[in-house]
Unconditional design. Structure first.
Lengths: 320, 320, 320, 320
């Protein structure tokens, strides 16, 4: 019985927790394919959990630009009202003031010209009050755009790994036994150095009291670190007698609600920083009795050609 | 006798110093709950210890903005005096110069328009001297705001961990023995990776010569590292026969002026940097004979729900 | 037979893969002298692999400035067309509008003055439409230059190591045996701290089925880490009985298509960051029966003089 | 004989090289007290070794500001000449052009107003040529100040440790033996975490062929890492029978031209980065038969007071 085997495995293995805890994740997957967690957070007010920097760094570019444009208009509206109530005719030299609408418009665009420090000067502040407000607005503008500058560049230069995973993890023949394998490629043409990989299997067992417990077991890899990563790397867990996968079928893994977590850590040569990538395979993403086909060729000019679109190519291969 | 037990413990343990030294901290706590040290520094002049960057990065946002605004006004005042003494009528074209007050005001606002590079141009420098001063002021402005830009963004993007600690550390039953436990949650919704935790107990012993010595002992944890930290993590020190806490009551710990130091290290996935968090528990923050209640639930949609406000929830549980 | 020896070596050594895979690199070198890989990537659309940040950080300074100037002109052209079609006479106050050509020119330069926020004001927007476009253009300008600011500085401050390698790696007498050696110097006068070096030999073996397999063997170094790196560092692999080079001639290495990969890791004291450097020697860059000549001298004033141009100096030295 | 003892020590110890090499440093010190190396680099052209970023980050603030001001004037001069030769009367609207001198002055200040994007507009470009040059100058200005912004902030925020070392290293009684000791304090009030220290002794031996060889031996420390560093840390090398210092006097160390190198590595909590500090003691900075006096006291309010100016305080203490 699968549950028995996995439970016995757990006996010698009990603290290999990835940090999810032993009762988490009833039926769904814990880690989504994109590396995010299938988790909701409650019981914290918006303000307690809100971190403006994390938010502005993480939202999409469309949302980010929308936020900037909205802030820009809001600030201009605010200052426009101030200039408008001070009196455009007397406080803004050069403004066209035939109608109330025109007055507000001139105040608004004068504000925009001050906030961005473009300051054409057709409209200019005259007298203490508007000059003072304009001086504060110019300061506000410089400081606000300073912050935007930083966030914009922070977003743009945020170190991220773009690791391509093969769609499936496979059970393939390997030497005299079988192995659990998947392939990864660097999706960018920059260099990753000193790449480390960890694969953890998560599964559930049914306890005596009929509750479900989630267990974790780290899979021993043929090789868990390489110095360079210019090519495809096939990550291999040999299913020997010590493997928690020994004797299990894909059906067994489905029954145990198994999930394979992958953590990849590397040094990015362009960002000069450590980057992480996460991924996971659920049991419906497993294939058995196939092997991967090499996805590179030697070019006549002496260099090697890597085919990124062939990362999933596999052919039937009977298991041992 | 508690003192004897802790002293004998120290014999085999003597170099586990956290860096506080053996005579520090008579009666108060060494490490405040917010992670700062209960320490005063003397014998160094202000200039020797003053680091502008550390200061500007560390002060509150209110103070920081106040500093910026004060600097802005001071610089404008300074340049206003220069233009004023050069002579506003002859050196600033376009300025309104009916009264001395108006002259100074125009000089001040011209300065502000130059420093922020808004340069409306209603007032503009004419002749060598004011043009030269204005050229230097514009350079000053660009350089000053460059520095402010950097510090503003440095403050905003400073990698910080926001780890929530349970209010109390508890003595709870654990397998066949008891354990010292506390819980932590990531206060932000971003991801922390490869989290490591160290717990050190500090206590005082009375020496033969009747002096008090402060000792340190690192507590062995059931698990001191997890890969992910999306959920609550209960940090557990099993009180087995090797534990310095074996056989001690909360009263004993109070007598020995015990304090538990926690250092947490993690990789922040948004900042792409290593972050640290510190915390501590004094003996009056300990509870005995209780256990924590799980603070998450499985959602019908397959995801897991985490309740951050239930981090402290506990129920009575008789010790073994 | 060389192939036999190297094949037997591989038996005990089989997972020392640098990340190139065992079938890569038919005839050419895998790693170019400048540290780049001799590799082509195919099967990925341009957009999939394109990372603007990596591209803008990696292109040459000439190309980078060209990209900036082209973008600047394109954006100005775009906005100039908008102002031109709105009508320069009615929407841009102060513009000279005798001919169509002049109108477009004034629109173009007004755009440039807005985008850079210089805003002289001889030409200024009048009415809602041009004022609105100008307000958006000023915002665009500030945001674009914010991004350019970041990239410009990112390029300028990108941590890079400038390690000079000796042109040749040599086989030299060493104690009672021989050794494989090469020399490195820090090409900059800044300090590198905690320098680590790894040397891996790659070679091909002919298999039973007449295919060629590429193998890897890490070379054990006399010393693989130093704390400081102010001087020349001679990296030494002693060719003892455990060395994969034992008994091999340069001719043997040529036949096995050998390549020596070097990875250097250090902490840069100026950048305060970890930097990496790569290098490689092919068999035609090896010399046998020579030794390096010291390239420093003691100055009469007590300091040491390092001659960077003498890094390659060597004299004949019969092998043991 | 000292030389014999140190030579025999070297036999079992021969690869403990810090990276200076065995023949370096005849008579002077290798590492200056400020952590710089006593070394001259020759044989490299200026351009080969020149790294603008390293230079601009490393020069003093006075030199840096001088460089900026000089560049600013040079660029304005250059552009002023262009406008001047185009013809100020016809190409710069609003300029005062009574004398040639005035023309050049107006061209110069118009350039300054363009480069800083202040753009008052009293003087403004008119016609294609000056408008085009001004558009390019504004772009140049924005890009140049972008670079200056980055460097300015890079200088300001450069992570540096400010570790205070005691003036002398001492030989003091320690338990039943003696020890080599010195003290360090964090010169800033920010926090350093996970501080590691390495102490290496360097000395010369006279070889059979009457040449001098420089040797290195790492000193084993009582404790080489602490978690926090709020107080004074006394670094202690116990002189037991395994110590290279066993049985040696200060006179012996002088004869052997001994130097003690200290490398300190820590994580700075404000910069969120790893910082390094270097130091060294020559034999004339050693004291024997003294011990350090504690330089802190317990405050009545429960906190601890640290006296930074008492780091050197010591009293006589006969050696064991």
């Amino acid at each position: 019985m699968i549950s028995e085997k996995l439970k016995s495995l757990f006996k010698n293995n009990e603290f290999q927790d990835l940090g999810f805890g032993s009762k988490a994740g009833g039926s769904g997957r814990l880690l989504n394919r994109d590396g995010s967690f299938n988790l909701k957070r409650k019981g914290q007010s918006f303000l307690q959990s809100f971190s403006p920097y994390h938010w502005l760094i993480s939202i999409s570019w469309q949302h980010f630009l929308l936020v900037i444009v909205l802030l820009y208009f809001t600030m201009n509206l605010l200052y426009a009202f101030i200039y408008y109530f001070l009196g455009v005719e007397t406080h803004l030299a050069g403004a066209i003031t035939n109608t109330e609408q025109e007055k507000f418009m001139e105040a608004f665009f004068f504000s925009a010209q001050t906030l961005t420090t473009v300051g054409y000067g057709r409209i200019s502040p005259i007298g203490f009050f508007s000059s003072f407000i304009a001086a504060m607005e110019a300061l506000t503008g410089v400081l606000s755009f300073a912050l935007v500058t930083g966030i914009l560049y922070g977003r743009f230069s945020k170190p991220t790994a773009n690791i391509l995973f093969s769609d499936n993890a496979i059970f393939a023949p390997y030497r005299n036994i079988n192995a659990f394998m998947f392939r990864i490629i660097n999706g960018r043409s920059n260099q990753l150095i000193e790449i480390e990989v960890q694969v953890t299997m998560s599964y559930t067992t049914r306890e005596e009291n009929n509750t479900t417990q989630r267990r974790y077991a780290q899979l021993k890899l043929e090789r868990d670190k390489v110095n360079f990563f210019p090519m495809t790397w096939t990550i291999v867990h040999p299913i020997d007698s010590n493997s928690p996968l020994e004797g299990l079928s894909i059906k067994d893994l489905e029954d145990a609600d198994a999930e394979f977590f992958i953590i990849i850590k590397a040094f990015d040569d362009t960002f000069c920083q450590t980057v992480y990538s996460r991924g996971s395979y659920k049991s419906n993403e497993l294939l058995s009795g196939v092997k991967f086909v090499p996805n590179f060729a030697n070019d006549p000019d002496g260099s090697t050609v890597l085919f990124l679109d062939k990362i999933n190519d596999h052919i039937p291969a009977p298991l041992n």
